[in-house]
Design a protein around this ligand. Structure first.
Ligand code: ADP
Length: 454
């Protein structure tokens, strides 16, 4: 009974039960009240009748029974009040030798009078009137058995109808609740069938655009994100395995060939040299992956200190100058304002050096790389090359690990596609933003927007 459906149904049944009970109770009380009121009014009419007729021309003895609604049989006795004594003057035949209790209060009441009714109480109206300067006490009584019987029958019907209504409302309520909650069941069933291997499945959207529709939609959006991330991770894993497999295959091949027969020291040295290069490559891939997966950026942020960005850029340029010269590429510092930012110098230098490195790798000889550091409205570092450029539809992707644009790598440039992933990671670590403007065969501008510290 832990399901929301049953909890809702119980709450509904409880509230409905209370409403029906209150309504039934109010009906019974109202009916009882209106019967009593009608009874009292009828008795008052009889009193008025007696006052206007029998008492004006008083002839002592019996009087006729009065025909009034609900007053059958009727018991009437009229006493004349003289000096503390009540003398009966008029009465209906059924009261000839009988007396009402002396201590009756004035007004309408329901009391027990055994000679009128053994089982139920009796409705009694006591009134004092003065006619022809004489004071009379008029007592009228009638059994209320019939009224009680009528109310009992009414309660019986009310119970039957109420119960029937209750059961019908419960059945309808159950069906409505089941219908309203049906999308939840569908969502749960679909969610249960979704696993890593079929993330492409989606929850069917309910027809009505209600909260469950929103839930299903949110659920589908989450699945979409999960699917994309799983795809990314899968591709990443394939790339990592591939990148590590290539140097390992080369190393294994070199060793196997070397072991086929005895070799000269020079030959062994050449093999070892190749192995060393490939090991360096594996090491570099692993180091980069470790860096990218570092989740403890808090520790790195603690190492951030104020540093001179312009000096850092100069150092990165000097690191890459020889490489550029070898490719007949000229690095020009166009503008270098003095800027202090808070950062981690080793990482930041690595990011700048990576961008310069790419500018060298993806530019033809005899071109320039221009560097600008501007601190006017924003702190912007711009590294502009006149190289092969990046097709606009791939600009977003080049930050993905292992992503390389082979078609534009006209020089068959060496690389693993990890450089820009690191750049982006470092830029994010410094709460900075990176932007690329590029045109194929014209060149590329990398812009990094740093947070101003002053
Ligand atoms: P890598 O240089 O090792 O391939 P990166 O992550 O540094 O890896 O760069 C990813 C890809 O982006 C490169 O393969 C290249 O195709 C493209 N790219 C990066 N920088 C430039 C640039 N300055 N000009 C043209 N293409 C670039």
């Amino acid at each position: 009974m832990n399901s929301a459906k049953w909890r809702l149904l119980f709450a509904y049944a409880f509230v409905l039960g209370i409403v029906i009970l209150l309504f039934g109770g109010a009906l019974v009380i109202g009916l009882n009240y209106s019967f009593n009121k009608t009874l009292e009014n009828s008795m008052q009419a009889v009193v008025a009748d007696i006052k206007n007729e029998e008492l004006i021309h008083l002839k002592k003895g019996t009087i006729d029974t009065k025909e009034e609604f609900l007053l059958s049989p009727i018991f009437i006795k009229i006493y004349e009040e003289t000096n503390n004594e009540n003398k009966p003057v008029l009465y209906t035949k059924n009261m000839e030798n009988l007396h009402f209790p002396k201590e009756l209060d004035i007004g309408f009441q329901e009391i027990e009078i055994p000679f009128i009714s053994q089982e139920d109480e009796v409705a009694v109206l006591v009134n004092q009137v003065t006619v022809n300067n004489k004071r009379y006490k008029i007592v009228i009584a009638t059994p209320i058995e019939k009224i009680d019987d009528t109310i009992e029958i009414f309660i019986g019907w009310l119970l039957f109808a109420g119960l029937l209504l209750y059961v019908i409302a419960l059945i309808l309520g159950y069906r409505v609740i089941t219908r309203i909650l049906s999308p939840v069941r569908t969502i749960t069933q679909t969610a249960q069938t979704i696993s890593k291997s079929n993330l492409s499945k989606r929850v069917p959207l309910p027809d009505r655009e209600d909260e469950f529709y929103q839930l299903a939609k949110t659920f589908n959006t989450m699945l979409e994100r999960l699917e994309k991330n799983f795809d990314k991770i899968n591709r990443f894993n394939v790339h990592v395995s591939h990148e590590l497999k290539t140097p390992l295959t080369i190393i294994r091949g070199e060793i196997e060939v070397a072991l086929l027969k005895d070799r000269s020291i020079k030959e062994y040295k050449t093999v070892l040299q190749t192995i060393l290069e490939e090991t360096k490559s594996i090491q570099s891939i692993i180091e980069t992956l470790l860096l990218l997966s570092k989740s403890d950026t808090k520790a790195l942020k603690k190492r951030m200190l104020p540093l001179s960005l312009d000096t850092l850029i100069l150092e990165a340029v000097e690191e890459k100058r020889q490489n550029a010269n070898e490719q007949s590429i000229n690095i020009v510092i166009k503008e270098l304002e003095s800027v202090t930012i808070v950062g981690e110098s080793t990482l930041l230098k690595r990011a700048i050096a990576n961008i310069i490195d790419n500018a060298i790798k993806y530019s033809p000889p005899n071109t320039n790389i221009e560097i600008t550091l501007n601190n006017s409205s924003d702190t912007i570092l711009m590294i502009k090359d006149s190289g092969y450029g990046i097709p606009s539809d791939q600009i977003e992707k080049i930050f993905d690990p292992f992503y390389r644009i082979e078609s534009t790598n006209e020089k068959r440039v060496q690389g693993q596609g990890l450089g820009l992933s690191i750049v982006q990671w470092i830029v994010k670590l410094h709460n900075a933003k990176i932007d690329i403007e590029s045109e194929v065969k014209k060149g590329t501008i990398f812009k990094i927007y740093f947070n101003k510290t002053d």
